[in-house]
Design a protein around this ligand. Structure first.
Ligand code: PMP
Length: 353
C-alpha cells in the first residue's frame, strides 16, 4: 500500500480470482471457464479487417450486439445493456442503485464480488445465511426493503432458486432493485428474464464467459426495463463510455449467431456434469445438485483442502474456499468428458492411498 491510498480504501479486501498458474500445464477445472473454444464463426469474424479497424473507437452504444441480443431473447434493444464482463454490470448496479438509504441483501455463500462491491462503495450489506442444505433462504428476502442480489444458479453451490420465489421477491420489494445474476443459467436453471416485461425492478445479468466460451473477451449483458438500462448507461458514460472493445463486440455477435454451436457445447457440458456427479457419488462424495457448469462436492474421508492439494500435485486444478461451511468442499468446473474421466480416476486413486 502506498502512503497515497485514500483512507476510504485502506481496509478494502479485494476480490481474489481463481489461480491462473504458470508453473505447469494443468487440467484446469478451477475458474468455471468452458473447455471448448469459441465458435468457429467467432474466429472467422475477428479477421484482418476487424483488426485494422482497431485504430477506431468502438461503438459506445454497442448497438449491433444489443440488437442481436434483443432479437435473441425477445426484448427491445433499449432493454439490453452490455458491459465489459458481467462483473462490470454488477459494479455499475451497486453504484447506481445503492446508497446510505438503500443497502444490498445477498446470501452469505455466493459470488465473492458482491461483498467486495458493498465495501468498495460503502454500502450496508445484509448477509443472509443459506439454509442448512445450502439452498437460498428465499423467505428472508420477501419484503426485506433492501436491494437484493442473488446468483441463480448460486455459486459455488450450483443450486437454483425457482422463478416463483424470485417473483415473490420482486412483488414484495416494489421500491427496491432485485438483481438476478444468471451467469450459469444456460447449464440448467430457468431464466427469469421474462419477468422483466412485467416487473420494473428486475435486472437479469448474463455473461458470455461460461456458456459462450468467451471469458477472455469480457462480455456481459443485462435485461431490464429501459429506465434501468438508461441508469446503467448513465454510470457507464460517467466512467468508461467505450467499455467494450471492437474485437470483443465482434466475437460476442458471432457467438450469438452460432446458436447451434452454443447448444452443442452446453449439452456436452451438462452430460459431463451428470456423468461426473454420478461417478463421484458412487465413490462416497456428497455432491450438491448443480444446475451450473461446476459441481460442489465433499467426501467424509478427505478434507476439501487435501483433496484440492492432492489433485493439484497430480496436475488437476480445482477450487477450494477457505471459509466456514465451505472447508470440506471442492468446486470442480466441468471440462470435457476426457478431463472429467481423468479427474474421477485421480480422485479414486487419492481416496485409496
Ligand atoms: N457472476 C457470477 C456468479 C460469477 O461466478 C462470475 C464469474 N466469476 C461472474 C458473475 C462474472 O463473470 P464475467 O465478469 O466473466 O462475466
Amino acid at each position: 500500500m502506498s502512503r497515497f491510498l485514500s483512507k476510504r480504501h485502506e481496509k478494502l479486501v479485494a476480490y481474489v480470482p481463481g489461480e491462473q498458474p504458470r508453473d505447469k500445464k494443468y487440467i484446469k477445472l478451477n475458474t468455471n471457464e468452458s473447455p471448448y473454444p469459441p465458435s468457429p464463426l467467432v474466429v472467422e469474424k475477428i479477421n484482418a479487417a476487424e483488426v485494422s479497424d482497431l485504430r477506431l473507437y468502438p461503438d459506445p452504444e454497442c448497438l449491433s450486439l444489443r440488437r442481436k441480443l434483443a432479437d435473441f431473447y425477445g426484448f427491445e434493444t433499449s432493454n439490453i445493456f452490455v458491459s465489459n464482463g458481467s462483473d462490470e454490470i454488477l459494479s455499475f448496479a451497486f453504484m447506481a442503485f445503492c446508497d446510505d438509504e438503500k443497502g444490498m441483501a445477498f446470501p452469505d455463500i455466493s459470488y465473492g464480488f458482491y461483498s467486495v462491491y458493498g465495501a468498495l462503495y460503502n454500502i450496508e450489506c445484509s448477509v443472509i445465511p443459506l439454509k442448512a442444505d445450502y439452498t437460498v433462504d428465499c423467505s428472508k428476502y420477501y419484503g426485506i426493503g433492501k436491494n437484493i442480489v442473488i446468483a441463480n444458479p448460486n455459486a459455488p453451490t450450483g443450486i437454483s432458486v425457482g422463478t416463483a420465489e424470485i417473483e415473490k421477491m420482486l412483488v414484495t420489494n416494489p421500491d427496491n432493485i432485485v438483481i438476478i445474476d444468471e451467469a450459469y443459467v444456460d447449464f440448467g436453471g430457468s431464466s427469469c428474464a421474462e419477468l422483466a416485461k412485467s416487473h420494473d425492478n428486475l435486472i437479469v445479468v448474463r455473461t458470455f464467459s461460461k456458456s459462450r466460451s468467451l471469458a477472455g473477451a469480457r462480455v456481459g449483458f443485462s435485461i431490464s426495463s429501459q429506465e434501468i438500462a438508461a441508469d446503467l448507461n448513465k454510470i457507464k458514460y460517467s466512467t468508461n463510455p467505450y467499455n467494450l472493445n471492437r474485437l470483443s463486440l465482434a466475437a460476442a455477435e458471432a457467438a450469438v449467431d452460432d446458436d447451434e454451436y452454443f447448444r452443442n457445447c452446453r449439452e456436452k457440458i451438462i452430460d459431463a456434469r451428470e456423468h461426473t456427479a454420478a461417478a463421484l457419488r458412487e465413490i462416497g462424495f456428497d455432491v450438491l445438485p448443480s444446475d451450473a457448469n461446476f459441481i460442489f462436492a465433499r467426501h467424509p474421508s478427505i478434507s476439501g483442502f487435501d483433496c484440492y492439494k492432492k489433485l493439484k500435485d497430480a496436475g488437476i486444478l480445482v477450487r477450494h474456499f477457505n471459509r466456514e461451511r465451505l472447508f470440506d468442499f471442492v468446486r470442480i468446473t466441468i471440462g470435457t468428458r476426457a478431463q472429467m474421466d481423468a479427474l474421477i480416476e485421480e480422485i479414486t486413486r487419492i481416496l485409496h492411498d
